[in-house]
Design a protein around this ligand. Structure first.
Ligand code: G3H
Ligand code: 13P
Ligand code: ZN
Ligand code: NA
Length: 283
């Protein structure tokens, strides 16, 4: 039922757009993602982090995503976001995910390569796509100075070696984005992105994309980014709406009156992102 991410990114490559990958943790966000994708007639990637899987349970995540995919006309992929162990990857493959990320960016290069290669070896034969990460994508909470962060940016030559050695379908790169909310405006190293792209020739994944100005996202897509990850902007819309509703009526106790509008706010953000990525109408 789920489409492999590699198939979605191949199409995106052919037409020069990017597919949105949206993090989900609960039913309302799963529904928001599928509603937005349907409204935009766009292929979509639902992704769950290890934290999301811990929170909701792997059966709930896969079951909710399955219902969303089965009830919709657009192609849907279910992807593991930032899997940090081979075991986690296996659990997701077994549960029916159509794509996994192995994030070995905290490991020394050769270890990152060794585990990522094990992942591609098991995922490939069963039609599951694999995203690798090279370089370190920081969090805005990590308190890393911009000058320091550059030391963690993806090295283009190393990227070529990594892709050759591992056989990943797509590559997450560190070029100046960060997870979470930015304090200032992020500055992306576009030349590095183009150089990486020249050397690896597979779809590039941009993490930490919430809070990146629209024009920078468009430029990244022009230079080969084919999957754009968004979590924080959904959280802001969702919880921001919850906060607003409770501020207006502190006595509200009906979860539907609180979470329904939060879900609608999430739909709007996701639709805007899909349009920004050039993915509207591509289903
Ligand atoms: O990469 C970070 C994503 O936003 C997922 O965050 O690990 O808190 O679910 P999480
Ligand atoms: P944001 O925190 O910028 O939304 O990034 C999400 C992400 O990269 C998930 O892997
Ligand atoms: Zn990420
Ligand atoms: Na971000």
């Amino acid at each position: 039922s789920f489409v492999p991410v590699s198939a979605l990114l191949r199409e995106a490559e052919r037409e020069g757009y990017a597919v949105g990958a949206f993090n989900c943790n609960n039913m309302e966000i799963v529904q928001a993602i599928i509603t937005a994708a349907e409204a935009e007639k766009a292929p979509v990637i639902m992704q769950a982090s290890q934290g999301a899987i811990k929170y909701a349970g792997i059966e709930y995540i896969t079951a909710m995503a399955r219902v969303a995919a089965a009830s919709s006309q657009v192609p849907v992929a279910l992807h593991l976001d930032h899997g940090t162990s081979f075991e986690q990857v296996i659990r997701c493959v077994r549960a029916g995910f159509s794509s996994v990320m192995f994030d070995g960016s905290k490991l020394p290069l050769e270890q990152n390569i060794a585990v990522t290669r094990q992942v591609t070896a098991v995922a490939r034969p069963v039609g599951v796509s694999v995203e690798g990460e090279l370089g370190k994508i920081s969090g805005t909470e990590d308190h890393i100075a911009v000058s320091e962060a550059e030391a963690y940016f993806t090295d283009p030559e190393e990227a070529r070696y990594f892709v050759e050695q591992t056989g990943v379908d797509s590559l997450a790169v560190a070029i100046g984005t960060a997870h979470g909310r930015y304090k200032g405006e992020p500055k992306l190293d576009f030349e590095r992105l183009s150089r990486i792209r020249e050397l690896v020739r597979i779809p590039i994944v941009l993490h930490g994309s919430s809070g990146v100005p629209g024009e920078a996202i468009r430029e990244a897509v022009r230079r080969g980014v084919r999957k754009v990850n968004i979590d924080t902007n959904i959280r802001e819309a969702f919880v921001g709406t919850v906060r607003q509703i409770l501020a207006e009526d502190a006595d509200e106790i009906d979860p539907r009156k609180v979470l329904g509008p939060a879900r609608e706010a999430a739909v709007e953000v996701i639709r805007e992102k899909i349009r920004l990525f050039g993915c509207s109408g591509k289903a």
